[in-house]
Design a protein around this ligand. Structure first.
Ligand SMILES: [Zn+2]
Length: 410
């Protein structure tokens, strides 16, 4: 069997539990792999040979518990979180997260993995920070160690995304990873926590997760095991005794620390997580400038290099001050070195779903006005659509309905 096919099979096996596959399906797939391939890893063979009883799920969990990679996962951090079972009543539920600083400490015990997932080959971290050296963000970064020893600072990226898992139940998935590494999504995103939107108490549930995340990220930046929990309560012999025993010790013997570098996710998530006043649902649609939906002088569809709205961009300091006036400041803005200009919108979302729509329409108007299709009025749009339909057919795309001038205008 080709190694690419083997990889596909292994991937399928790995993804099965995440896509609603049952334990029985997982066992059947591993049996098929074990039967068809020669050098099947022992753990896959073992999975294939799990007893064919009705206790498959329990057996699967036990098998997971015996795998060497299982010991890499730090103990989950358990905490009470506001929860609503039905959208009306509000109670507390026990929830869990994998703390990034504990994951980093645990990965540092296995040098190959630590290098693969976080620090990269020699020189990777230094060259990452060199690329940002010219930015105000780097120059004004409050962490002295970043300036003293960038080669020991792992740049950390945060990622938030909605995921559909069971039927229509939407979940928010929060992950993190090293942005000095370019890895497959499955390797590059380390799980922090997950929450089901249906059980979220607005303003409380997700905020609790963010508070924990920020506390953990800031511990990572300090490079030490924290001595207090996310609420500031001291660890003790009775309160998280295992964490108490490590308080103040370095996370990694190598001296590495994690420094927040950027945040990525779609616009919706950033609006919610950073509590923007200006976003796509408002007249002023951009949190970084005065772009407006309607006011002609400020209209957001100006792309020119010298467009007036470019001069209305906020500085990160001005943006921070804007939060200062708030009663409640978004938790994520408390990350050490947080900078709004390092919160990047997902390129696919921004370009494909947002900007290109306006750019394409804008070009269409200009081309019709220049008489590319002969006529410079409605007929020009009709003829343009005929051309476009031919192009779609040739290239195997489904054409959109006729160009409606009133819908194309902002
Ligand atoms: Zn803007």
């Amino acid at each position: 069997m080709e190694s690419a096919e083997k990889w596909d099979l292994e991937m399928e096996l790995l993804c099965l539990p995440a896509t609603g596959g049952t334990c029985a399906q997982m066992q059947r797939l591993s049996s098929r792999i074990a039967a068809a391939c020669d050098d099947v890893p022992a753990h896959v063979r073992e999975l294939a040979n799990l007893p064919n009883s009705t206790r498959r799920e329990r057996d699967l969990h036990r098998w997971v518990g015996r795998q060497p990679w299982r010991s890499l996962l730090p103990d989950a951090y358990n905490f009470p979180i506001p929860y609503t079972p039905d959208g009306i009543r509000e109670t507390l539920a026990e929830h869990s997260a994998f703390l990034p600083h504990e994951m980093m400490a645990s990965l540092s015990l296995i040098p190959e993995l630590f290098e693969e997932l976080l620090i990269g080959p020699h020189g990777t971290l230094t060259s990452f920070w060199q690329k940002t050296a010219e930015t105000r963000w780097y120059q004004q970064h409050p962490l002295p160690e970043l300036h003293r020893d960038p080669a020991l600072c792992v740049p950390i990226g945060l990622h938030g995304d909605d995921a559909g898992v069971f039927g229509a139940q939407k979940m928010l998935v929060l992950t993190w990873g090293s942005v000095a590494r370019e890895l497959l999504t499955l390797d590059g995103r380390l799980l922090f926590s997950v929450v089901t939107y249906a059980h979220v108490v607005p303003g409380k549930t997700i905020e609790t997760l963010y508070k924990i995340l920020v506390w953990s990220l800031n511990s990572m930046a300090e490079g030490c095991w924290p001595s207090v929990d996310h609420l500031g309560q001291h660890f003790s012999a009775t309160h998280h005794p295992r964490r108490f025993s490590k308080a103040g010790l370095p996370l990694c013997l190598s001296g590495h620390r994690g420094v927040w570098s950027e945040l990525r996710g779609d616009w919706k998530w950033q609006v919610e997580a950073l509590d923007f006043d200006q976003w796509y649902g408002r007249s002023f649609i951009c949190h970084l400038c005065r772009a407006h939906q309607k006011i002609p002088r400020l209209v957001y569809t100006q792309f020119r290099r010298n467009a007036h709205i470019r001069r209305t961009r906020v500085s990160s300091a001005a943006f921070r001050d804007w939060y200062m006036d708030r009663l409640v400041r978004p938790e994520l803005s408390r990350i050490v070195g947080f900078d709004i200009w390092r919160c990047w919108a997902d390129a696919m979302q921004c370009l494909d779903l947002g900007i290109y729509q306006s750019v394409a329409a804008s070009c269409l108007f200009d081309l019709v006005a220049e008489g590319v299709w002969g006529a410079t009025n409605e007929t020009g749009f009709v003829l343009a659509h005929v051309d476009y339909k031919v192009w779609c057919r040739v290239n195997g795309h489904l054409p959109c309905p006729r160009f409606d001038k009133s819908k194309l205008l902002p």
